[in-house]
Design a protein around this ligand. Sequence first.
Ligand SMILES: [Zn+2]
Length: 133
Amino acid sequence: MRCPCHSGELFESCCAKYLTVTVGGQPGYPPTAEALMRSRFSAFALNDADYLLRTWHSDERPESLELDPDQQWYLLEILGTQRGGPFDSDGVVTFRAHYRSAANRKLRDSFTETSSFAKVGKQWLYVKALDLQ
Ligand SMILES: [Zn+2]
């Protein structure tokens, strides 16, 4: 299966390395803020709320997360990145996420967000939306 994050890679060689739902083995660490963003999009697409909470900075993380089963996340576009590389401790990613209704696939929408990320130890974490359009 192609990775839900639209990297063009197979799921197993892309975000599956990081997600909680991965069967067997220790989850790895995304090397960049963009890779974390991609893996979080895949987690939205695969309903992996545990992973979303685990990769959310503790200062901003909600107590729990209910994912809407009608929301199908089908396309991620990375529009820009600042820092967020393997040797950085913070980064910014601007992306557009597209979703559709599972009940009526013609109902589609998207939003664009600029998000901040921080690296704590080996783990990149999502901090918060800086700008939501
Ligand atoms: Zn991926």
